[in-house]
Write a protein that binds this ligand. Sequence first.
Ligand code: NAD
Length: 281
Amino acid sequence: MAVILDGKKMAQTVKQRLQQMIKQQGFTPKLGIILVGDDAASLIYVKNKQKAASEVGIETQLYHFDDQASSETLENLIQTLNADSDVHGILIQLPLPKSFNAAKILSEIDPQKDVDGFHPYNIGLLQYGAQTGLQPATPKGIMKLIKSTGLDLSGKNALVIGRSNIVGKPMAMMLLGADCTVTMAHSKTTDLKALCQNADIIVSATGCAKLIKQDWVKSGAVVIDVGMNRDEQGKLCGVVDFEGVCQKAGFITPVPGGVGPMTIAMLLDNVVEAYLKQHQI
Ligand code: NAD
């Protein structure tokens, strides 16, 4: 049976460390959150982020617009927050409604306040292999989960399934930075099963419930499940068929309780990192 990589527990440890640091050093990082529209999932994600931030001592300010808001309104707000030295992080809850050019709006954020790590400057630093930029929370959390296995990652075959800008692509860069031999798969990949069978590490970020089966996975592999899907009964599940795969994998993340909590913890970590850098601490 695979060892369960407990993201909930690890996230708790990260949050306790941040809380202690904030308390001991007596500072208050502040995060501005921009939300457009009333997408039910986005409302829940924002609420969870605000709750987690408040638990560690990070102040949040939510700017909630209806989906008729103009790009100029958002860009003006971003400029105001960029210029406000009391605001250390800016987050735009994605997805933005289709009428917005998300890439353009994200690129308006001061890279030093870009706590999601989606600004082209921070993406570029990650590409260069520099550790100085703010890095996207989900892959950053996944690297911590993978490193917690204690395995030597050098030369390992890592397969990233999904090529999104927020998970798949930065994930591949981070694994490359850890000296893995990285393969990227996506919706047009022809033989995903064969690629999985050759992988020592699988990071699966697609929207397909229970896609990865037990016989797809190499014995002892590290299997990271980024999915947040619903099964036929409406129960939350991942991209990995957990019951089967955990019989064969060496390490596996559960859904829920794996990648999700680490994503929030790494966002908070990024806000504190942004604060410390802005104050040259
Ligand atoms: P996305 O939803 O933008 O795109 C899905 C990706 O999966 C695409 O790159 C596509 O090419 C690939 N894909 C789709 N079907 C495939 C198939 N059959 N075989 C191989 N690849 C396939 O990607 P995203 O934004 O990275 O999100 C992926 C999933 O991860 C979503 O379910 C999302 O809800 C979840 N997610 C979870 C967290 C978390 O913190 N737990 C964070 C981000 C995303």
